[in-house]
Structure formats: C-alpha cells, structure tokens
Design a protein around this ligand. Structure first.
Ligand code: ZN
Length: 128
C-alpha cells in the first residue's frame, strides 16, 4: 500500500511535515492544525468550543437559536392605579369577546348589572 493512500485529504511537505488528524464528523484525514478547526456553537449567550475537530466542509454555522432570549424588564408600575372606565369592558378587550369582564355595552361605572344567577327569584301567584 502506498503511503499517500493513508493521507486522505491531507498534504505532506517533506521539508515541513505536519500532523494529520481525522475529522470527528466525516472521518476523512486532514492536516490537523491547518484543515481541522474546532467546532464552536452557542452555549448560553456566547460561543463555546465543542472540543470537536471538524473539517471545513463539515463545519456547522453556530445556531443563533441556541442563544437565550433576553427579555427586557417590565415597565415600572403606576402608583395608585385606577381601572379604565369604558363601555367596552373593564379590561378594554372589546365587547362580547373573551375576557370581557363584568361590564358590557351601555353600562357605566355607577350602574353595575348583576349576573343572571343573582336576579331575584320569580314568584307565581295562582288565582283560583
Ligand atoms: Zn469532515
């Protein structure tokens, strides 16, 4: 077997020999220091060395979605807040939709309407 057949993609300069290395992903042989860089990827907010020697055709681009989403802080609360007084519902989501709240169309803050289950019971009189 010829010596060059074991070299794979690696090249040899007899005057300046270099170490060979095997790609951790595809298994081909390359020059270790020149053609097998480290594989990096996001671990938390910064890039981390995965300690894998990967050839350039097999290198993965660091995936942005591994970075954590940094949510800005909540706005400062208002001192002594008051509920919004509108006809669209106390939470302002509109009329009749999900989460409308205890207020409905035509109501005002001073005239709440009781729900149906709190209505006075109906009385019946039988005249004979
Ligand atoms: Zn490879």
């Amino acid at each position: 077997m010829a010596w060059a057949s074991k070299a794979g993609h690696a090249t040899t300069d007899p005057s300046a020999p270099e170490a060979f290395g095997i790609c951790d992903r595809c298994g081909f042989t390359y020059n270790l220091a020149r053609d097998l860089p480290w594989q990096f990827d996001f671990r938390g907010p910064r890039l981390a060395n995965l300690r894998l020697r990967i050839c350039r055709p097999c290198q993965d681009t660091p995936w942005e979605f591994y970075k954590p989403i940094v949510v800005p802080p909540d706005p400062l609360p208002v001192l002594n807040p008051r509920p919004q007084q509108t006809n669209t519902g106390s939470n302002g989501w509109g009329v009749g939709g999900w989460g409308t709240g205890p207020w409905s169309v035509g109501q005002t803050w001073e005239q709440p309407v009781l729900p149906v289950e709190y209505a006075p019971p109906m009385t019946m009189s039988v005249d004979e």
